[in-house]
Ligand binder design. Structure first.
Ligand code: NAD
Length: 315
């Protein structure tokens, strides 16, 4: 199916994409969003209480509000996966898994990241019911409760640090004896009296009834299992950046596989912008509010690009 050329096609359907769509429409650009999963990572979250003005909102309600907001500006949303983007006669040609073809003067990539899973029983069953992938986002929901953080990098240690301020007890489970995290973080967490390190240990399963009530861990050398009685499980074992997608699309990535952008959210390909978790912008902090901010900047840059390009074509 062939459609008219859009000014901007936004790829993705998380906070960065919604924000880019809203701003792009407000710049009066003919805008289309193509994303495979409504809400992105938010679709797996429970309560969100760190987005200004939305107090204790359920993530699902937030996604509905994002949808309503872009609907108000009549931005069409296509639920599909973009497989390739090619430049043809000064325009971009996007092909999707579902067999559609879209044309655009500019493209904004807001494809996010995949959170790494533990792949243990109970992980998906209790997602949003005690299992979380974001300590910074969800720590305040576990005030006075017992939690476990899994991982050994900066995110896990930062998670344990924040959670120790809310939870009554924090277990830090790591599969090795040494940490990849910066030593200063490790030392700081070691000083917390309510944090217990469970090292050289792996999680075997997450248990519960309606919500989580424990985690079974195994000490690797002795194969000895024990159950940690917790109400919260924070899986902080990293992300998979969209390395392969970036390669296919032809945009440069940083050494870790994130899409390289400048402060205008421009990628290495003229007319292609990126926003949100998929970008190389890393200030140690990735949130809905930072993704949305990048989406707004990308839309503004795309707006400038589209009008300048139209001018040069008509000159
Ligand atoms: P995202 O990962 O949320 O969204 C990316 C979207 O792009 C997904 O819908 C995905 O399915 C889609 N996608 C990926 N490849 C695609 C392709 N080829 N074609 C079409 N669609 C494709 O990413 P984001 O919007 O950059 O930002 C999410 C932010 O939200 C993160 O910073 C995260 O930390 C934050 N977050 C916060 C909370 C909280 O509780 N505060 C909860 C969840 C997420």
């Amino acid at each position: 199916m062939q459609t008219d050329t859009h000014d901007v096609v936004i790829v993705g359907l998380g906070p960065a994409a919604y924000s880019a769509a809203l701003y792009s429409a407000r710049f009066m650009l003919k805008t289309l969003v193509v994303g495979e999963n409504m809400g992105g990572q938010l679709a797996e979250a429970g309560e969100v209480d760190d987005y200004p003005g939305l107090i204790g909102v359920q993530a699902q309600q937030m996604i509905e509000a994002f949808n309503e907001h872009v609907k108000k500006y009549s931005v069409p949303i296509v639920l599909d996966r973009v497989e390739s983007i090619k430049k043809e006669d000064g325009e971009f040609l996007l092909n999707t898994q579902g067999g559609s073809e879209f044309r655009a003067r500019a493209v904004i990539l807001a494809v996010g990241v995949e959170r790494r899973r533990l792949n243990v029983p109970g992980e998906l069953e209790f997602l949003g019911k005690g299992v979380s992938y974001c300590s910074v986002c969800d720590a305040p929901l576990f005030k006075g409760k017992r939690v476990v953080v899994i991982g050994g990098g900066d995110s896990a240690l930062e998670g344990a640090e924040i959670l120790s301020r809310y939870a009554s007890k924090v277990y830090l489970v790591h599969r090795r004896n040494e940490f990849r995290a910066q030593p200063i973080y490790v030392e700081s967490v070691k000083k917390k009296t309510n944090v217990e390190f469970v090292l050289n240990s792996v999680v075997k399963k997450i248990e519960g009834e309606k919500t989580v009530n424990g985690v079974v861990v195994e000490e690797r050398e002795r194969n000895a299992q024990r159950k940690l009685e917790v109400q919260g499980v924070f899986i902080e074992i990293g992300f998979e950046p969209p390395k392969e997608f970036a390669k296919k699309v032809g945009v440069e990535t940083d050494p870790n596989g994130y899409i390289k952008v400048d402060e205008w959210m421009r990628t290495s390909v003229k007319g292609v912008f990126a926003a949100g978790d998929c970008t190389s912008v890393w200030l140690g902090f990735r949130q809905v509010v930072t993704a949305a901010a990048q989406g707004a900047v990308a839309a503004h840059s795309a707006f400038k690009y589209v009008i300048e390009n139209k001018k040069s074509l008509s000159a």
